[in-house]
Design a protein around this ligand. Structure first.
Ligand SMILES: Cc1cc2nc3c(=O)[nH]c(=O)nc-3n(C[C@H](O)[C@H](O)[C@H](O)COP(=O)(O)OP(=O)(O)OC[C@H]3O[C@@H](n4cnc5c(N)ncnc54)[C@H](O)[C@@H]3O)c2cc1C
Length: 423
């Protein structure tokens, strides 16, 4: 089915619960409103694209430190040897072709009084509204053994797709048959609730194929598998039976990089390859901008507009936000929040009404091997009485079992997301 532009925008409005606000045609100019977006990942790139698409007269600039977008979704498949990082890596030319200015640089400060974003090279960008979608940074403070860059280069997280993903794959390739892969999962909330368990499946898939005497020890800070438990266990107790030793309530005390061991409160677990995902907080720029409102980690927002509850005129998206109840930190949610935000930013700039009860949907696929996947889906809507976005009871769903058709859907989901974000 092909949609013309008008039909497409109607569909977007319906599927995100937002009103598509169409600005007058034009390409900006001296008096045009200016929107600056910090971060060109799942949230930021999508918000930039839709502000420009729905209001072409607004000047939209994205500041992104990297010259490519590397997708975290699907990146676990690189570890399993089931795809290559190049298949998840894209440029920003599509966004540029849509009239969005993409500046490669590091945003180091937002001056909300002067309405300016400052970059590491000293340049500034003036804005009328700024959207901050920096993703996460890691909390290393409580892991003494991982303080140095050298230690962090040896015990990887691979929880931001890119060079670390490739490096962890190389460590797995270099591991002897009969070796032990030790994987530590932080306490929720972290980005992508099912992501760690998908990673276990991908590593198991590779080891089963190439190093069948090897083992995986999963040290989970959480009391149980946090997402799609029954579906992951079908694989762990099925095709990967005997390979995976899952240990819940495994709070991290430290990492002994020299001795290649993950230290827990009462135990120390040695491995040939260690993969430790530290706890997360909102990306650094959120902290320096004073956007963090919860547990020194996350940014509270008004869920109708994604505007920060701490600083007016600044909107925060996706992983950096204090998640609403039962709302995952996911690329899917980032995409939906970006559209709610884009519509709200346009409405606020043009003096129009914002959508009162926006709806957002989430679908997360996880591959259990090279071809088969499972999904979980949920729907979330703003509740005016509680001033909070809540999960819609009875909406959403879960796969019965892993299957190849959902594997093709998972790739389709990813390609649609990338096309949607990057044009
Ligand atoms: C292994 C793994 C698997 C996953 N699988 C799935 C999945 O299957 N489905 C799903 O929906 N989600 C999945 N996720 C979660 C998903 O990747 C995140 O939820 C999503 O990327 C969040 O979007 P974001 O915009 O908050 O952050 P990001 O997508 O990380 O984007 C942040 C961007 O901001 C840039 N940036 C940060 N600070 C600055 C600055 N100061 N100046 C300039 N640029 C800056 C970064 O370079 C980055 O490009 C997965 C995550 C992981 C780690």
């Amino acid at each position: 089915m092909t949609l013309n532009r008008r039909e497409f925008m109607k569909w977007v409005a319906a599927s995100t619960g937002t009103a598509a606000v169409v600005g007058c045609a034009g390409t900006g100019g001296p008096s045009a409103s200016r929107v600056v977006v910090i971060g060109g990942g799942y949230g930021g790139a999508t918000a930039a694209r839709y502000v420009k698409e729905w209001a072409p007269d607004i000047d939209v600039t994205v500041v992104e430190r990297s010259n490519t977008f590397v997708s975290c979704p699907i990146s676990n498949l690189v570890l399993g040897g089931n795809t290559q990082i190049g298949n998840l890596t894209m440029g920003y030319e599509g966004l540029r072709a849509r009239g969005v200015r993409v500046v490669r640089g590091e945003a180091v400060a937002v001056d909300a009084a002067a309405k300016q974003v400052r970059l590491a090279d000293g340049s500034t960008l003036a804005y009328d509204r700024v959207i901050v979608s920096p993703g996460i940074d890691f909390i290393y403070d409580s892991i003494p053994g991982l303080q140095s860059a050298d230690a962090q280069g040896r015990v990887l997280h691979a929880w931001k797709a890119g060079p670390q993903t490739v490096a962890l794959r190389k460590q797995l390739e270099a591991m002897r048959d009969g070796g032990v892969f030790v994987f530590h999962i932080p306490m929720a909330p972290y980005r992508c609730p099912p992501g760690p368990y998908e990673r276990v499946c991908q590593v198991a898939d590779y080891l089963k194929r190439s190093k069948p005497r090897s083992k995986i020890i999963v040290l989970d800070s959480n009391p149980d598998i946090t997402s799609k438990k029954g579906l992951f266990l079908q694989s762990w107790n099925g095709v990967y039976k005997g390979m995976i030793d899952y240990r819940p309530n495994s709070e991290l005390a430290d990492v002994d990089v020299k001795g290649m061991a993950v230290k827990l409160t009462f135990d120390s677990v040695k491995g040939d390859v260690l993969n430790v995902v530290p706890p997360h907080r909102a990306g650094d720029i959120a902290r320096t901008t004073g956007l963090i409102t919860a547990n020194q980690r996350w940014c509270g927002v008004d869920w109708r507009t994604m505007e920060s509850v701490a600083v007016k005129g600044i909107h925060v998206l996706a992983d950096a936000t204090l998640s609403a109840p039962a709302m995952p930190k996911s690329g899917s949610m980032a995409n939906q929040q970006a559209k709610v935000c884009a519509a709200a930013v346009i409405a606020l700039l043009k003096g129009g009404p914002v959508v009162e009860k926006p709806v957002m949907m989430n679908t997360c696929y996880s591959f259990v091997d090279g071809r088969s996947a499972v999904h979980v889906a949920s729907v979330h809507q703003y509740d005016a009485a509680q001033k909070m976005t809540l999960a819609v009871k009875g909406a959403g769903g879960l796969s019965d079992k892993a299957n190849e058709l959902e594997g093709t859907y998972a790739w389709g989901w990813a390609r649609n997301m990338w096309g949607d974000a990057l044009g």
